[in-house]
Write a new protein. Structure first.
Length: 90
């Protein structure tokens, strides 16, 4: 049977996992000793807008509407007593 980790060990695993997500653009919204909620903010692409503008004004309006309706991505990380990480999209 696997050895159960104390809260400090679980926190160390969580911090390592969070650092991986933060390096690719995720932001920590909230964090406890064994759980964390991360958010990937939506980004406006100037290059996509410029491309659509070159194709005409109507496509750029559609892109702007798409961007305004786009939501931030959310991720919930949790470390169990055996040290396994679970990630849930929210």
């Amino acid at each position: 049977m696997a050895e159960e980790l104390n809260e400090r060990g679980r926190n160390e695993i969580l911090v390592q996992q969070i650092s991986r997500y933060v390096t690719v653009g995720w932001q920590v919204k909230s964090q406890t000793e064994t759980t964390a909620n991360l958010v990937m903010p939506k980004k406006f692409s100037f290059w996509w807008a410029l491309l659509w503008l070159l194709l005409g004004i109507f496509p750029v309006i559609i892109y702007i509407i798409y961007y305004l309706n786009k939501q931030d991505r959310s991720l919930f990380l949790s470390v169990d007593a055996s040290g396994n990480i679970s990630a849930t999209d929210g």
